[in-house]
Design a protein around this ligand. Structure first.
Ligand code: BEZ
Ligand code: FE
Length: 292
């Protein structure tokens, strides 16, 4: 930035408790991207209002800075504690809701989570995805449809779940087989899918870091209700990132990341015959992209 373009004064004057928002936002340069300027001005407004409203003490501010520092320090390629923080504060679900408003009848989105892995094996309809032999086997069946009820051919359904002990394969490399409880299925002209996995179990999100400490301090448990993850992609349709939840799960109404939606609670029916113990039917209804 050249000397000429550096702002040295504002019409507001020096910073005071009363004019803090206006003073900070008046420093914004002229050539800043309009969206960046809008986002930052709003962030400053809410941050300052927050500190003012609760009379933030110096110690509390220091604690907050330390908490965020620890949150950053525990992050690695495999662990994203900031997203976990966003998830447990309900921010991820809010952003997801804002960005995935769909017409009535379309399947709702929910949080993506950290355990998806791109490149899972493409399997044949009816195949088994559980490779560790643990858990109660479950047949997952349904259709991919458009909003008029027509089958969607060529939909790519990516599925993933935890194992019977509540861990994803990527949390236990060397213990679980690679691609355990994962697979990709591509629909034919009838839009149908089917695969055999396990009836998922509820599990705690990673709670050995700052987010876990925060949850404990707030008297909150770290559990997610049992669910199967789905990502459904098809040409000409919005991408669907969702779960089906096991009806009756103890944590349905207290999911630590607020991911449950009434329409995503699926039936799990106990079967009387054969080796498969459960069956869960669920149709996915895809919406067309929004017109802009
Ligand atoms: C999950 O369902 O895999 C998940 C979602 C959010 C945070 C942690 C885990
Ligand atoms: Fe999950």
């Amino acid at each position: 930035m050249s000397k000429d373009t550096v702002k040295t004064t504002t019409s507001i004057g020096y910073f005071t408790e009363e004019n803090s928002i206006e003073t900070v936002n008046a420093r914004m340069g002229k050539d800043v991207s309009p969206r960046l300027a809008e986002v930052m001005a709003c962030l400053v407004k809410h941050l300052h209002s927050f500190a003012r409203e609760i009379n933030l003490t110096q110690e509390e501010w220091e604690f907050g800075v330390d908490f965020l520092t620890r949150t950053g320090q525990i992050c690695t390629q495999e662990r994203q504690e900031f997203i976990l923080l966003s998830d447990t504060l309900g921010l991820s679900m809010l952003v997801d809701a804002i960005n995935n408003r769909r017409p009535e009848g379309a399947t709702e989105n929910t949080v993506f989570g950290p355990f998806h892995v791109e490149g899972a094996p493409v399997r044949q309809m009816g195949d088994q995805i559980c490779l560790d032999g643990k858990g109660e086997s479950c047949l997952f069946v349904g259709r991919v449809l458009d909003l008029d009820g027509n089958p969607v051919e060529g939909a790519r359904i990516d599925v993933w779940s935890d194992n019977a002990e509540g861990y994803y394969d990527v949390q236990q490399p060397g213990i679980q087989p690679k691609w355990n409880n994962r697979g990709v299925f591509i629909t034919g002209p009838d839009g149908r899918y089917s695969f055999v996995g396990i009836k998922p179990v509820s599990y705690p999100i990673p709670d050995d870091g700052p987010v876990g400490k925060m949850l404990a301090a707030l008297g909150r448990h770290p559990y997610r209700p049992a669910h199967m993850h789905y990502m459904v992609r098809a040409d000409g349709f919005q991408k669907l990132v969702t779960h089906t939840f096991v009806g009756g799960d103890h944590y349905l109404e207290s999911d630590t990341v607020f991911g449950v939606k009434r329409t995503l609670v699926a039936p799990f029916e106990r079967l009387e015959h054969g080796n498969t113990l459960w069956r869960s039917d669920f149709d996915f209804v895809l919406a067309r992209p929004e017109k802009v």
